[in-house]
Ligand binder design. Structure first.
Ligand code: MF3
Ligand code: CO
Length: 259
């Protein structure tokens, strides 16, 4: 079931989304060579505590068989796509392509966002991959309005990225968000022709989050039970925003972190 959000709930999500975006920006700025992922995680925990919010990923389980998620921020490096834990042994290096993914409970509502950071001297192909991933997300948002098809989002992302030769992760998808971390509907970032067509409605809140590889789209999970890596070891990028469908289009619940 897709739960539409009331104007009051959307206002709460917008207040949370603003905090989330500012926090993500702070972490992006601190994400330099030599930074310990544990300390980047602490920035999020401290910021959220200050405002009476809670990290939504900490202790989260996507499936009941998952180990509880160990950190507030997912920090995924190079061939790691998503869900890399921020643990003490992990240090950012010059040349790393780092994906920061963060979620917040605020005033009873959940918001979700992610960004890719190029640390120091990264290969040009990595910068291009990150820029293209973000651009595909921006372009897909232009399709969002009441009555539009949900699958136009994935179709737009695919239409932009695949001609460039990138691999769009298929086994992980975007999602509804707000009353829970992950809600219906699922949002593939490619045109999933088997999916039941769905029309967007005012009040839907969606987390759209293309995960894109320099090589093939296949992924594997590391034996930590969380970290998702590209099967071919190629670099990956990830950008995510939470939006709501409005009367005549959409609104960003989580402003771009550098806006
Ligand atoms: N933004 C991530 C997603 O939608 C949420 C991470 S869940 C966690 O997949 F458990 F890894 F924290
Ligand atoms: Co998400």
């Amino acid at each position: 079931m897709i739960r539409l959000k009331t104007p009051e709930e959307i206002e709460k999500m917008k207040r949370g989304g603003k905090i989330l975006s500012q926090t993500l920006f702070k972490i992006m700025t601190a994400c330099v060579a030599g930074a310990h992922t544990e300390n980047l995680d602490k920035i999020a925990r401290d910021e959220f505590e200050k405002v009476g919010g809670k990290p939504s990923f900490l202790n989260y389980q996507i499936h009941s068989s998952d180990p509880p998620y160990p950190s507030a921020v997912c920090i995924s490096i190079n061939d790691e796509v998503v869900h890399g834990p921020a643990t003490p042994d992990r240090v950012i290096k010059d040349g790393d392509l780092v994906k920061l993914d963060i979620g917040l409970w605020y005033e009873g509502m959940a918001t979700d966002m992610a960004a890719t950071v190029c640390v120091g001297d990264v290969p040009k192909v990595a910068v291009e991959l990150s820029n293209a991933t973000r651009r595909s997300l921006e372009l897909s948002l232009d399709t969002v309005k009441p009555g539009a098809w949900l699958h136009e989002i994935g179709k737009t992302i695919q239409g932009y990225l695949e001609p460039k030769g990138y691999g769009i992760v298929r086994d992980l998808v975007g999602h509804g968000v707000g009353h829970g971390v992950h809600e219906e509907p699922q949002i593939p970032h490619y045109h999933e022709r088997m999916a039941k067509p769905l029309k967007l409605k005012e009040g839907m809140c969606l987390a759209i989050e293309p995960m894109v590889a320099l090589g093939d789209w296949q992924i594997k999970q590391k034996n930590d039970g969380w970290t998702i890596i590209t099967a071919d070891g190629s670099l990956a990028a990830h950008w995510e925003v939470t939006i709501c469908v409005t009367k005549d289009g959409y609104e960003l619940i989580t402003p771009w972190p550098d806006a």
